[in-house]
Design a protein around this ligand. Structure first.
Ligand code: NAI
Length: 328
């Protein structure tokens, strides 16, 4: 028997990431090859953006995806988010010329306040929300705060791209397959301050840290490479990462919905106070997922170097939070 369709909203659907994301959702890569989907796509009301969205929809239709039951275009989050099971909040205000960080935070605060309120009003109570648009952690925090009737656990921010970037760098350094690296994580903010932590990682049961055995490489090559990868891609491609970001979003939701079989992944989630991270702070943690829920991996020892890295990324997040407090 066919399952009932799941409704997935994607914002910024006519943008770069949207173009890499929609086809994969419709083909079943995110929610399963037996899961019908309905796509509800949101773009700004601007005529050019809506026209571009129509064009993308025409292309999705031309793929004749068997799992895609319906695809609709919206300019209002109140209709785009109606009865949705999953929200991928990709659209955000990019930093324009001469724009200061506080202007960027406040432009995005307006978007994510409005979208949080709309989710609160019309989405399913079980909606799973992933914020991709930057600054992702703070935007997710704003959306969560603007949706008081939804469980706060429903709101997450994307650190999976940082996680995947870290895995790939580690696999190359150690000369092992990405798939063989277990129990790796990234703590904190999706920004260059994130702390990619392979102290617990293993390959075939052996410690990856012992295999690499190079703290200088960790501090001076690995962490800056992962942290500044986004900027390196903009420099090389002239555009920000899009296909890899879409891929990470697919990974994040797929694992959250379908489970990780005990394996660790990284999700930006509202802290429950674990590891001394203040409750409610949207922070990258190691988690496992089962039955549609994530659980923070507990009891990991945090050494002095790691604590300093975690403190740095936390301080940045607290500063961002303080910068938008008056808007909430
Ligand atoms: P893009 O500029 O190509 O597309 C963004 C789209 O969002 C545009 O079509 C725009 O019209 C739309 N949009 C803006 N405000 C909106 C609103 N209020 N409602 C609906 N749509 C809206 O940008 P791209 O490359 O697709 O990136 C999207 C966001 O993802 C950016 O903020 C980028 O910084 C972020 N990003 C996050 C990553 C992460 O790891 N968390 C990785 C890469 C990008």
């Amino acid at each position: 028997m066919t399952k009932p369709a799941m409704r997935v909203a994607v914002t910024g659907a006519a943008g770069q990431i949207g173009y890499s994301l929609l086809f994969r959702i419709a083909s079943g890569e995110m929610l399963g090859k037996d899961q019908p989907v309905i796509l509800q796509l949101l773009e700004i009301p601007d005529e050019k953006a809506q026209k571009a969205l129509k064009g993308v929809i025409m292309e999705v239709e031309d793929c004749a995806f068997p799992l895609l039951q319906e695809i609709t275009a919206h300019s209002d989050p109140m209709t785009a988010f109606k009865d949705i099971d999953v929200a991928l909040l990709v659209g955000a205000r990019p930093r324009g010329p001469g724009m200061e960080r506080k202007d960027l935070l406040s432009a995005n605060a307006q978007i994510f306040t409005a979208q949080g309120k709309a989710l609160n009003a019309v989405a399913k109570r079980t909606v799973k929300v992933l914020v991709v648009g930057n600054p992702a952690n703070t935007n997710a925090y704003i959306a969560m705060k603007s949706a008081p009737d939804l469980p706060k656990e429903n709101f997450t921010a994307m650190l999976r791209l940082d996680h995947n970037r870290g895995l790939s760098q580690l696999a190359t350094k150690a000369g092992v397959a990405v798939a063989d690296i277990k129990t790796f994580t990234v703590w904190g903010n999706h920004s260059p301050t994130m702390y990619a932590d392979y102290r617990f990682a293993t390959v075939g049961g052996k410690s990856l840290k012992d295999m690499i055995n190079d703290q200088d490489w960790n501090a001076n090559v690995f962490l800056p490479t992962v942290g500044k990868r986004g900027a390196a891609i903009i420099d090389a491609r002239g555009l920000s990462s899009a296909a890899s970001a879409a891929n990470a979003a697919i990974d994040h939701i797929r694992d959250w919905v379908l489970g990780t079989n005990g394996e660790w992944v990284t999700m930006g989630i509202p802290s429950d106070g674990s590891y001394g991270i203040p409750e409610g702070t949207m922070f990258g943690f190691p988690v496992t997922c089962a039955d549609g829920k994530y659980t923070i991996v507990q009891g990991l020892p945090i050494d002095e170097f790691s604590q300093a890295c975690i403190n740095k990324t936390l301080a940045e997040l607290e500063e961002e939070k303080a910068g938008v407090a008056h808007l909430l």
